[in-house]
Design a protein around this ligand. Structure first.
Ligand SMILES: C[S@@+](CC[C@H](N)C(=O)[O-])C[C@H]1O[C@@H](n2cnc3c(N)ncnc32)[C@H](O)[C@@H]1O
Length: 213
């Protein structure tokens, strides 16, 4: 049975990207609270901020289990999470990953990585603000990873919601971040159409897994 995640060239590429992420310091000066999403993306253009490796393997498994036609990722960065999602799509033999990023430098680097991984044919990178680039996306969207700026989780969900069928999964990283609270309030309100569960992803953070019902 196929396991693209744990084989070459994907497995060593992911290991190399995690090593680079660990070796890259965060900028000493971060943009203030009034900075735009683009200004923050530009300030963090060299910073990886990847999902935890365990979360990456969970994402691979969820995509394998649910076999979505379209996987959407909000916040690609250097593409570590995207590689996990795309490896699962490859092994499913069906579907594609549509990912979003507004840093031109990260898009260039990740695009080269996807080609090196042999996964470029199952990944579409939408360049620019996801609030705009996702608006025209067709459905059905079977699985969503939210990992861009946290206060945009709810607006991104609202854009995608008409294309989420019953059974679609939405996974939000960094759910303990204050900016994600309006999103959490939405998906945890049963009347809004989700069954939602929170679980720790590392010592000081969590993820929220929400199933559209
Ligand atoms: C936490 S990082 C993503 C990490 C990535 N998912 C991984 O695991 O490797 C967040 C990324 O989202 C991007 N981003 C934030 N807001 C965005 C928006 N409105 N549209 C597109 N990309 C955005 C940032 O530029 C940044 O690179």
């Amino acid at each position: 049975m196929a396991n693209t995640l744990d084989s070459g060239p994907v497995s060593p590429l992911i290991a190399d990207l995690y090593a680079r992420a660990a070796a890259t310091p965060r900028p000493a000066q971060r943009p203030g609270p009034d900075a735009s999403a683009q200004e923050r993306a530009d300030a963090m253009a060299e910073v990886y901020m990847p999902i935890d490796p365990v979360a990456g393997r969970m994402l691979y498994s969820l995509v394998r289990a649910t076999r979505p036609e379209i996987v959407v990722e909000f916040g690609m960065s250097f593409g570590i999470s995207t590689l996990h999602l795309a490896a699962a799509v490859r092994d499913n033999g069906v579907g594609r990953v549509v990912t979003t990023e507004m840093s031109a430098a990260k898009i260039a680097a990740a695009t080269a990585t996807f080609a090196e991984a042999g996964l470029a044919d199952v990944i579409e990178v939408l360049a620019g603000d996801a609030l705009e680039t996702l608006a025209a996306l067709p459905g059905p969207v079977g699985l969503v990873l939210l990992d861009g700026w946290k206060e945009l989780y709810l607006p991104v969900l609202e854009i995608l919601e008409p294309r989420l069928p019953s059974g679609a999964l939405v996974i939000a990283d960094n759910a303990s971040h204050a900016g994600a609270q309006p999103y959490l309030e939405r998906v945890r309100e049963p009347a809004r159409g989700y069954v939602s569960v929170n679980f720790p992803s590392k010592a000081d953070d969590s993820m929220e897994l929400s199933c559209r019902v």
